[in-house]
Write a new protein. Structure first.
Length: 384
């Protein structure tokens, strides 16, 4: 009887031991599945990030879109990306009410986050109950009850931070910070990737004499318009005799020629066409969604009209002679008659047209026809 009882106890111990091993195995399986799930989720998020980068949108729009992805995919209440622009900290993306932005873009000055910035490690702060407030909160009490602070570094240079906030105490206690650090690294990668686009957007200028955007506009805001279509006709036209006018007549006369030509073209273009002063005597027009043949006929007529413009010599005319300056020989009515005789110059225009395909290099296509237009100074129209 005692032997049977002993065997039964041993059997129970074995069963318990086997169940423990099985439970451990199941736990590991679940943990592995959870980690795999998180990795898949992170890969999906990264793919959405990359898709956002490829969109025709401004830097602000892209970062706001990325922030929305973070909020939706990770069920985060509040997410804010703050970047130092060289002069001050600015919020690049946030779903927090703007009345709280001043405190959010000043977190780097708060001693609570100083160590996090110095050591490049995340900082997690939470309150224990609803009556408490976070250290950086001045006027607000009910919005956020916990915060996770991630400093952002590009090539070991501190550039700002990403913060997520929760509306409940201890809301992020169980968050996998490893996954969030991967997300942070992806944000840094994206900020590096969009840096060139940001530079282009910031250097766009309005030309003083033509009133047109500079060529950089084509690769930012302009491209959003252009890439609404699969193909477009791109056109460069050049005022061939502008350098000669500037040198031999006067700079002011040349500037007036630029103004008259650009105004005439601008007033005869549809709103969805992009028109910029490309460089010096060259202007670019992108005829969005239009084929080359139609543009060739249009620009042929345009060229004829432009070459009928008469630009009067300006008052800084360099070639002043006895014809328009009193040299002492002409007096009275003769002098007045000579001085009142105006001089005029007309533009000579060369046009080159080609096709641009969405997804290809717009800069490369324009460089190609720029090389063609610079080969000679004849005033012709060509399709390449």
């Amino acid at each position: 009887m005692e032997i049977a009882a002993l065997c039964f106890i041993i059997l129970l111990v074995l069963i318990v031991f086997i169940l423990m091993i099985y439970n451990y195995y199941v736990h590991k399986k679940i943990e592995s599945f959870t980690n795999l799930n998180q990795r898949v989720k992170s890969l999906n998020v990264l793919q959405e990030f990359m898709n956002t980068l490829g969109e025709n949108a401004t830097i602000t729009e892209k970062l706001e879109s990325i922030n929305d992805i973070l909020i939706n995919k990770y069920s985060i209440k509040y997410s804010t990306i703050v970047v130092f622009n060289g002069a001050e900290y600015e919020i690049k993306a946030s779903n927090v009410d703007m009345k709280h932005w001043d405190s959010l873009k000043s977190l780097q000055s708060d001693p609570v986050f100083a160590e996090s910035i110095q050591t490049a490690t995340p900082k997690y702060i939470t309150v224990d109950n609803d009556s408490e407030k976070l250290p950086y909160q001045k006027m607000e009490f009910g919005r956020a009850k916990c915060i996770m602070f991630f400093p952002l570094y590009v090539d070991n240079v501190y550039i700002g931070y990403w913060v997520i906030e929760g509306s409940e105490p201890h809301e992020f206690d169980s968050f996998d910070t490893t996954i969030l650090e991967v997300v942070r690294d992806n944000i840094v990668t994206i900020l590096k990737t969009v840096a060139n686009q940001s530079t282009i957007e910031n250097i766009v200028r309005d030309d003083q004499f033509s009133g047109l955007k500079s060529a950089e506009y084509l690769y930012g805001e302009g491209k959003k318009i252009i890439d609404q279509y699969t193909t477009s006709a791109i056109c460069l036209f050049k005022i061939v005799n502008l350098p000669e006018v500037n040198t031999n007549i006067s700079r002011k006369t040349g500037n007036n020629m630029v103004t008259f030509v650009s105004n005439y073209v601008k007033n005869n273009l549809a709103n969805n066409y992009v028109f910029v002063r490309y460089m010096g005597p060259k202007f670019a027009i992108i005829f969005s969604g239009v084929d080359v043949k139609g543009v060739s006929n249009f620009m042929g007529n345009m060229k004829n009209k432009l070459e009928m413009i008469r630009v009067q010599y300006a008052d800084d005319y360099k070639g002043q002679t006895s014809e328009n300056v009193d040299n002492g020989e002409n007096t009275g009515a003769e002098q007045t008659q000579v001085q009142q005789q105006p001089k005029f110059i007309t533009p000579k225009v060369k046009v080159v047209i080609s096709t641009y395909y969405k997804g290809t290099s717009l800069d490369g296509a324009l460089k190609k026809i720029e090389e063609y237009i610079d080969k000679s100074n004849d005033n012709t129209i060509s399709v390449v």
